[in-house]
Every structure is written in structure tokens, then in C-alpha cells.
Design a protein around this ligand. Structure first.
Ligand code: GLA
Length: 421
């Protein structure tokens, strides 16, 4: 089979467009000397954590969440790099108090939010919370509009380290301005708080969010489906594949401290093992934030092994922060390529079709070229060793043909390291 030489097409990667962001990560030595919080530097690699929404929606409470925090540690997730324990919508009482302050729902959190934040911190984790730029959150709880500075001060007093900020009930608000206001309010607290912008990609946040927040959602909400979107009447849940495809044209905007966020993980929530493995791998290939969204207390060994695959996580967390580009292959197979530091790279073969396929390829028949990262590989005169990141074993070199079965909705992921001849 020699299809590759002529047919591999890179869809992306002609121009580097980092100008928009280059200012955001700069700081002066004066700032450092003054001990100021250096904005735009809170997420040099994609943030990793857990978020309550995908499994629990607003049905959360202190006791079950404390159990979840405990499993976050005992399951090895903390040790694998997950850091943020984030409460999504539904944590607060339905009304602000007489002073206009948000309060934690007293039934769900009888000891208050500061006590819960302290518990999260006592386990060596960081604490995240949710609100919304509008008058109400998406689930109808009090929103932040008009209360930005006081809410930010409250969060800082509780020890919040991460704020997810949604976009429901915003009427005529100007999107970048609303997020700028909250970003300034967070910065004014003096506490480093990662700002997670969640306006679903409708206002192209990749063009303006660098320096305002560290991550920004790029699509509508993910649903529990690998291939097809699910229509719920007034909204459409995005499948893994549909979200993946939407990342292609915005790849160039992704990078340290300004991450394209393709939404939280559905791993462990009901897709097949191969689909979960593919979903996780593809998010790592995208250099995406990794927010587990499953019930940690009930996760199977398989789910835990996916979420804590350290070699796969290392691809996500690679210091260069470059998102993968896609190459099309014969027979509807795809190859996603992520340039890494030290001239290494990750290659993820994806079979998004409904039937099993065979990969049968001679590496030396093709080249890889990516203007954005400067990647230029000619496999006929450069050798790489192959490490299979799911079998967790070495898999020979690129001097031999690669022949493998790849099941429907499966991925095979290799890390390639240069070998001196
Ligand atoms: C929106 C967000 C979700 C979640 C819910 C909470 O739909 O996109 O991720 O935060 O609101 O109501």
C-alpha cells in the first residue's frame, strides 16, 4: 500500500497567528519585584481537574463531594496531575442574602463554602467554582451581572482558585467586555484565580480571550455521544467527533495560558471503552483542558486507567502546548499529529467509522510538514522509535511497516522519539 505519499493532506497550519496572545504572557521584572500577580501565567499547561456538571448537574452536596475529593486523591488522579476540584452550577442559594452577597445553599452545604474549600485544599487540591455573566445562571441561580467585584472578593475570601464563568441570561451584554470586567475583578482581589470563559464559542473567544482568561470554551455543551449530536429540542448536545472537528480551524490560537476548551470529559459516563479511550486521547492530542466529569466514587478500573494514563497525559501537558493537526488517510482513517518538545511527536490514528479497519503503512512513504510548529519530517531519511501509549510498550521503529487492526471508534496512539542512525 503506497497511498500515503500523494494523498496525505494537512488541513491546517499555514500561518502562525500568535500575535494576539504574545502580549498576554509578558511581564516585567518590576512586576515581579513588586510581588504583583502576574496575569496570563496561571495555566502554562492545560488545566486538569474534575467538574460536577456532566454527571450531577445541580444535584450536589457537601457530603458526596467530600467523598469525591477523597477518591480524587486515592484513585491516583491527583498524582497523575489533576488539580482543580470544580463545583459547577447549583452550589448557591436561590437568592443573595440581605447584603447582596451570594451564599452557598445551606441545605447542600450546611458548613458553608469556605469550609468546603478548606477541605479541598487540605487534600492538596485547588478549588473551583461557577457563576455566570448574566442576571441568572443557566440553571436559574443568581448570576453575577452587576456584582462582579463583590463576588470576586467573596470567592477570594473563600480561597477559590478557579472560576468558570457562563453566558446565560446576558441580554444585551457585550461579550468581551463582560469577560474583561470579571477578569479585572478577579485580578483586583490579588488572589491568583484561573478564569475559565464559557460562552460556547459563539463570539470567537480565541480572537480576544487571551490575557482575559486562561481557557475558553469553543463549542456548545458536550453530550454523552461519540459520533452523532443529540437533539434535545431547545439545545443540541455536541458529540465527541463534532467537537473535535470544530477545533480544526482554531488550532493556531491554542497555546500556553490561553487554551481552546473543547468542554469537559464524558469518560466513564456510558460510552464504550474504545470511545472513552478515543475521547481522552483526542483531547490530549488537542492540548485541551482535562476536566473529568464522571462519578469518581463509582469509576471502573478501566475508567480510572484511562483518566490516569500518565504517558497520554504527558502528551496533553507538553510544554509547547501545540494542538494536533489532522491528516486524512485512505479508507476514512485519520492521523492526528501533535508536535512535542525535544523534536518528539505524538501520532493518534483514529477510526471514526462504524467498522473495523486495517492500518498497513510504510512510514518511509510519507512526509509530515507543519508550518505552525516548524515540524518537517521525511520518514525516508529520519527514524523514530515508537511507544504505544495505550499498550504501554515500545513498538519498534519507523524503519518497519506498521500493520495493525483498528476497531470502530478506536484510536492507536504512538509517541515518536528521534533515533540517531
Ligand atoms: C452551560 C455550560 C455547562 C454548564 C451549565 C450549567 O450549559 O455550558 O457547561 O456549566 O451551563 O448550568
Amino acid at each position: 500500500m503506497n497511498f500515503f505519499k500523494a494523498t496525505l493532506l494537512s488541513f491546517l497550519s499555514l500561518v502562525i497567528f500568535f500575535n494576539t496572545f504574545s502580549q498576554s504572557s509578558k511581564s516585567t521584572s518590576n512586576d515581579k519585584a513588586a510581588g504583583k500577580i502576574l496575569t496570563g501565567q496561571l495555566a502554562p499547561t492545560p488545566p486538569m481537574g474534575f467538574n460536577t456538571w456532566n454527571t450531577f448537574q445541580t444535584k450536589i452536596n457537601e457530603n458526596m463531594l467530600k467523598d469525591m475529593v477523597d477518591v480524587f486523591v486515592s484513585s491516583g488522579m491527583r498524582e497523575s496531575g489533576y488539580q482543580y476540584f470544580v463545583l459547577d452550577d447549583g452550589w448557591m442559594a436561590m437568592e443573595r442574602d440581605q447584603n447582596g452577597s451570594l451564599i452557598a445553599d445551606p441545605v447542600k452545604f450546611p458548613h458553608g463554602m469556605k469550609a468546603f474549600a478548606d477541605y479541598v485544599h487540605s487534600k492538596g487540591l485547588k478549588f473551583g467554582i461557577y457563576n455566570c455573566a448574566g442576571s441568572k445562571t443557566c440553571a436559574g441561580y443568581p448570576g453575577t451581572r452587576g456584582h462582579e467585584y463583590e463576588d470576586a472578593r467573596l470567592y477570594a475570601s473563600w480561597g477559590v482558585d478557579f472560576l468558570k464563568y457562563d453566558w446565560c441570561n446576558t441580554d444585551s451584554l457585550n461579550t468581551p467586555e463582560a469577560y474583561k470586567t470579571m477578569s479585572a475583578a478577579l485580578k483586583a482581589t490579588g488572589r491568583p484565580i484561573v478564569f475559565s470563559i464559557c460562552e460556547w464559542g459563539g463570539h470567537s473567544p480565541w480572537l480576544w480571550a487571551g490575557g482575559i482568561g486562561e481557557l475558553y470554551r469553543t463549542t456548545g455543551d458536550i453530550g454523552l455521544s461519540f459520533f452523532a449530536n443529540k437533539n434535545y429540542g431547545n439545545w443540541e448536545a455536541q458529540s465527541v467527533i463534532s467537537i473535535l472537528d470544530k477545533q480544526i480551524p482554531i488550532r493556531k490560537y491554542n497555546g500556553p495560558n490561553h487554551w481552546n476548551d473543547p468542554d469537559m470529559l464524558e469518560v466513564g459516563n456510558g460510552m464504550t471503552y474504545n470511545e472513552d479511550k478515543a475521547h481522552f486521547s483526542l483531547w490530549c492530542m488537542l492540548a485541551a483542558p482535562l476536566a473529568a466529569g464522571n462519578d469518581l466514587r463509582k469509576m471502573s478500573t478501566q475508567t480510572r486507567d484511562i483518566l490516569t494514563n500518565k504517558e497520554m497525559i504527558a502528551i496533553d501537558q507538553d510544554a509547547r502546548g501545540i494542538s494536533a493537526f489532522k491528516m486524512v488517510m485512505p479508507d476514512s482513517l485519520e492521523m492526528w499529529v501533535k508536535p512535542l518538545k525535544n523534536n518528539e511527536l505524538a501520532i493518534c490514528f483514529l477510526n471514526r467509522t462504524g467498522s473495523s479497519k486495517k492500518i498497513d503503512m510504510d512510514w518511509k512513504d510519507f512526509n509530515l510538514s507543519d508550518a505552525q510548529s516548524g515540524l518537517e519530517i521525511h520518514f525516508d531519511n529520519q527514524y523514530f522509535s515508537l511507544r504505544d501509549l495505550w499498550l504501554k510498550k515500545d513498538a519498534g521503529k519507523t524503519d518497519k511497516k506498521l500493520v495493525r487492526e483498528i476497531a470502530s471508534h478506536e484510536v492507536i496512539v504512538f509517541k515518536l522519539s528521534p533515533v540517531v542512525k
